[in-house]
Design a protein around this ligand. Structure first.
Ligand code: HPA
Length: 267
């Protein structure tokens, strides 16, 4: 099965090149919930392809996860593959479906992937709603892994130090933290949030970790950025809801878009 997953990504990359008329791309960005509105600030749209036009992609199930790939030309002339939406483990299609976009981008020749997500903040420094936080490392508590077999991949530096330093040149104030992923789709209980804080996590979400692993397997440099949309469950008085996550994205779209554009142009 695993060989099939890699060759399916190769087929999707060929279809993507044919559909866009472009032969190479510099960078891929995965826009998590909360980040899709920021995509417009990245640069000029060159082409847009619905996921469902490409082999191996399924339409995302969640509101706020757009469901297409946009090719953007940035001001500095970089070509970016922007994934407006992603597949999640909780949608039930398995880890290979979750990482198909990243593997397709790798097969299409990108050298860097920027993984964005919406996350709950677990510590004072990572709890300012509307702030971006750099992901320094992750804890994979999904119980899943996109790699099957005997590839004992080194994960000592999943999230590139060089790329994080570059982001800090653009935004010296940006916080940094460890992202933990649960499978979802439920939000966490307050007891789970207390456990995660004890384990050393700073951010909680339901994505990114499997994509980061697949990206490292493919030899890509990875940059991870969370948009803090809420304090973790039980850390504030209100219950959590997905609409709040999307609203933070809408409210911060311009700021996050400008941040990403500056980063992409410095890659
Ligand atoms: N938990 C899990 N996923 C999330 C959260 C959260 O608090 N906020 C945004 N995505």
């Amino acid at each position: 099965m695993t060989n099939d997953a890699y060759s399916l990504a190769g087929t999707a990359a060929a279809a993507l090149k044919a559909a866009t008329g472009l032969d190479s791309f510099d960078v891929a960005l995965v826009m998590g919930s909360g980040w899709v509105p920021a995509a417009d600030a990245l640069g000029a749209t060159v082409a847009e392809i619905p996921f469902t036009d490409l082999p191996g992609f399924a339409a995302p199930a969640v509101a706020g996860h757009g469901g297409k790939i946009r090719v953007v030309r940035t001001e500095a002339g970089r070509s970016a593959l922007v994934f407006l939406g992603r597949s999640h483990l909780y949608e039930g299609r398995g880890a290979e479906s979750v990482v198909h976009g990243v593997r397709t981008a790798a097969a299409a020749g990108v050298g860097t992937v920027v993984l964005t997500n919406a996350a709950g903040g677990l510590r004072p420094e990572t709890q300012n709603v509307g702030d971006p936080v750099l992901i320094s490392d992750h804890i994979n508590m999904t119980g899943a892994n996109p790699i099957t077999g005997t590839t004992f991949l080194d994960l000592t530096e999943v999230y590139s130090r060089r790329l994080r330093a570059l982001v800090r040149e653009v935004d010296p104030e940006i916080a940094e933290g460890v992202y933990v992923a649960f499978r979802g789709p439920t939000y966490e209980t307050p007891a789970e949030i207390r456990m995660l804080r004890t384990l050393g996590a700073d951010l909680i979400g339901m994505s990114t970790v499997l994509e980061a692993i697949a990206a490292r397997e493919a030899g890509l440099d990875v940059l991870g950025i969370s948009l803090v949309t809420n304090p973790g469950a039980g850390l504030a008085s209100e219950p959590l809801n997905h609409e709040e996550v999307l609203e933070v994205g809408r409210a911060t779209a311009a700021r996050m878009g400008v941040l990403l554009a500056k980063i992409v142009d410095r890659l």
